[in-house]
Design a protein around this ligand. Structure first.
Ligand code: NDP
Length: 322
């Protein structure tokens, strides 16, 4: 089968389109024929070596497709089932072996591409808004990169939960998109001081929660945007890692809460995984959650997809099609 392999960490040139043996499913696993694989920032961090893994490997950890075969002791799926998954390496390929317990059935009416598009960014938006800081009517949330993959989904879920959303974006095009997704106010944080604007918009009170996926460039000012006892939810680092941090700062700025959550801890049980994915699929089918597939690339074009994501051009999901 064809796969995108990584032998050494590096730039996009480190991604190699190669022929390798199709794997066989061991006990408890299923072989999935991949119809669409999601491209995510974590793939970039793994490619560049920012997140270290044993090499060589097949990149990618989000996909949707059809179960081709199952190993011993698998009861939750069978050959022919349409499934999606996240969190298992090897998705940039024609086939992948996945622990059966990680597979989520795709409802009949939902295209595989949409299912693949929502597993990582959608479930992240879901846990952030529903569990990490469970938004309630009247809350004010600051969402950075509000036209991005997670950002646009989080904005929609936050609005469904009754919160007021202030979004930040880098361009007018992205501002339009964030407004279409429901953001009440949008700040061009590359042109204006978002901290000052947030203070104006909240009459000096600040926001209840900041969902910050940008990291280094926004972290400090994000803390300044919070109300006393507000929640700083740092869940990504698109602009770089936040440097070491003195917890005393949380006291000085108003007994703030800081968390650095990760999807795997919010989908740790099969029950959690099925509930979260199921709720997203239901919203999508009911037209209550709009998932934007921005660009679709052939599997062999993984390098172009990474370049597109890293160069800040993306406005939604990027997919690779084997
Ligand atoms: P996005 O679609 O949001 O893309 C990243 C966006 O970040 C860009 O479009 C850009 O938006 C903004 N950005 C700001 N500064 C930079 C920069 N220097 N370089 C590139 N982009 C920049 O990506 P995702 O929604 O997929 O992921 C966002 C972050 O969240 C990533 O760090 C990812 O790893 C993390 N993440 C964490 C998860 C978790 O569970 N903890 C799960 C999913 C994602 P703009 O142009 O508007 O500024």
């Amino acid at each position: 089968m064809k796969a995108i392999r990584l032998h050494q960490p590096g730039g996009t040139e480190a991604l190699r389109f190669e022929e390798i043996a199709t794997p066989a499913p061991e006990s408890g696993h299923a072989l999935v024929r991949i119809e669409a694989a999601g491209v995510n920032f974590i793939d970039v961090y793994q490619r560049s070596g920012a997140y270290k893994l044993a090499l060589p490997l097949t990149l990618g950890q989000e996909a949707a497709g059809v179960v081709e075969a199952v190993g011993a002791d698998v009861s939750v799926v069978k050959p022919g089932d349409r499934v999606a998954y996240v969190g298992v390496l090897g998705a940039y390929a024609e086939y992948a072996v996945v622990p059966a317990e990680q597979l989520v059935p795709i409802p009949a009416e939902l295209p595989a591409r949409l299912a693949a598009a929502v597993m990582l960014q959608g479930m992240t938006a879901h846990y952030l808004a529903c569990d990490t800081y469970p938004l309630k009517p009247g809350d004010v949330a600051l969402i950075h990169a509000a036209a991005g993959g997670v950002g646009a989904l989080l904005t929609q879920i936050a609005k469904r939960r009754g919160a007021r959303v202030i979004g930040t974006v880098s361009t007018e095009d992205k501002a339009m998109l964030a407004r279409e997704r429901g953001a009440d106010d949008v700040i061009l944080y590359t042109e204006t001081d978002f901290e000052a604007v947030v203070k104006q918009l909240t009459e000096g009170k600040g926001v209840d929660v900041v969902y910050d996926s940008v990291g280094k460039a926004t972290f400090e000012k994000s803390l300044n945007c919070l109300k006393p006892r507000g929640y700083m939810v740092l869940f990504g680092q698109s602009s770089g890692a936040v440097p070491p941090f003195d917890p005393q700062i949380l006291n000085a700025k108003g007994s703030l809460f800081l968390t650095r959550p990760s999807l795997r801890h919010y989908t740790a049980t099969r029950e959690d995984l099925l509930r979260r994915a199921g709720e997203l699929f239901d919203w999508m089918r009911a037209g209550k959650l709009h998932v934007r597939i921005d660009q679709v690339f052939a599997l062999a074009q993984a390098a172009q997809a990474h370049h597109y994501l890293e160069s800040r051009q993306s406005k939604g999901k990027l997919l690779l099609i084997p």
